[in-house]
Design a protein around this ligand. Sequence first.
Ligand SMILES: Cc1cc2nc3c(=O)[nH]c(=O)nc-3n(C[C@H](O)[C@H](O)[C@H](O)COP(=O)(O)OP(=O)(O)OC[C@H]3O[C@@H](n4cnc5c(N)ncnc54)[C@H](O)[C@@H]3O)c2cc1C
Length: 507
Amino acid sequence: MSARKDTKVRVVVLGGGTAGWMTAAALRRLLDGLVEVHLIESEDIGIVGVGEATLPHIRGFVERLGIDEAAFMKATHATFKLGIDFRDFGRIGETYVHPFGSFGEEVAGVGFHHYWLELQRQGLAEPLGNYSLAVAAALANKFRPPAQDASLASTYGYAYQFDATLFGPFMREFGLGIGVKRTEGKVVEIKRNAKSGDVTKLKLEDGREIAGDLFVDCSGFRSLMLGSTLGEEWEDWSPWLPCDRAAAMPCEHTTEEIEPYTRASAKSAGWQWRIPLQHRIGNGYVFSSAFISEDEACAALVANVEGKQLADPRVLRFRAGRRKHSWSHNVIGVGLASGFLEPLESTSIYLAQMAITYLIELFPLDGKIDPKDRDEFNRLVDMEYDRVRDFLILHYHATTRDDSEFWNHVRTMEVPDTLAGKMELWRETARVEKYADGLFYDASWIAVYLGQGVVPERYDPRVALPDPARISRAMGSLRTAIDGEVSAMPGHREFLTAAAERLAEPV
Ligand SMILES: Cc1cc2nc3c(=O)[nH]c(=O)nc-3n(C[C@H](O)[C@H](O)[C@H](O)COP(=O)(O)OP(=O)(O)OC[C@H]3O[C@@H](n4cnc5c(N)ncnc54)[C@H](O)[C@@H]3O)c2cc1C
């Protein structure tokens, strides 16, 4: 990429899926006046079109771009999400919720879970989830946005569950409205500078050529620029995350209420998602083809869904891992083109969002890529992927299940050193490794550890000092306050319906 003084940097985005349109819209809006953004997509090839559950971070993205939340929710038939209800992971019959919120609060500088562990030892504690407003509200099918103060009502966040086939088109309309240029066509050749190796132009099937300074590869699993053209090496994580297929199928709602959470139920060769949207429920069986055939997985999915089937199961194939570098030469991979981690914690759109955020922070505004910026981008993106990877592996490894070959494999496999270290720290001290950036924070790790039966041998000795009866009373008061908050909240469907007029506002 060469310096082009006093002109806008020409960014070419290849791919019009969720990642492509998020990237194009964000660059255009947040680097306004400094870049030209041109997106190429092929209707013939289409998009992955799954990916219905998100993390609370997406709200920051929507807000930063100036997208109206109500219009966005209306257009994508979205619902609110307070967390994920995990079933049968640690042991068959056991459930827990990983909430977008905290459990209790620190007392005298000691984390709530240390007190909870001590009271549980003494038989005085209720299940951990009873001390989380997000968990209680989710399981009661209640929703209202969190308060913006320091009260109990502010101790949770929320994300969205939306129709993935509608999110990309929504972002496309938004992107076009703010000046992203779009070309429909199939890229058949990627031209490079013979000397530098940088990409210079994308050639379309009809012979047109599109030139640029910086290229963003959002071509999905094909990874046309980063993978196929630049040959960026793939790090394979399937030994730890053996699921490599998903059978997806929508069904009708069966109840009046719409759950404000995603459900993940462990199955014999993977797990099944259930994501309630306004108009239907999304379902999918994520499985490992080494342990179950595609036909068997589809049959299991059909047998398991609760509502009337709205389509036949559709099988998607993938592999867990990421490109060694997400930014190589003048090509940045965002979304599936750069890596994939299965949807157990709804992290893919988050990973795309973070890559976009880091790209904007490190963007070569003078038209000249500084290798230090590129290295920093790769370090940050790797960190995000690696942390999510470890957290996902924990869900499989922290189990006592021995009822299938799949669970025997994941229970007994060796995990990455980084995860082994975190688990050891937890077991020995009940401490969670602190992150300044990236996913996931303490409450998430605590939810999964304790939800899946990884109980620490020791915890903070300071919890032995205060009078246990006093702490128990304080926990009882918290429980009462949570119950009070939940009963004052509207039902999730009621909240969506009450907001219907607002949700109908045009973009
Ligand atoms: C089973 C499954 C479940 C998932 N669930 C979740 C979830 O719950 N939450 C979450 O956050 N994420 C989830 N994801 C991930 C999510 O679907 C993706 O991160 C998201 O859709 C982004 O995809 P993408 O834009 O990178 O790729 P795609 O959607 O594949 O888009 C690729 C684009 O590139 C274009 N293209 C490709 N080749 C060419 C060419 N030669 N010329 C022109 N255009 C081309 C295509 O036309 C398309 O527009 C899930 C993924 C899978 C597989």
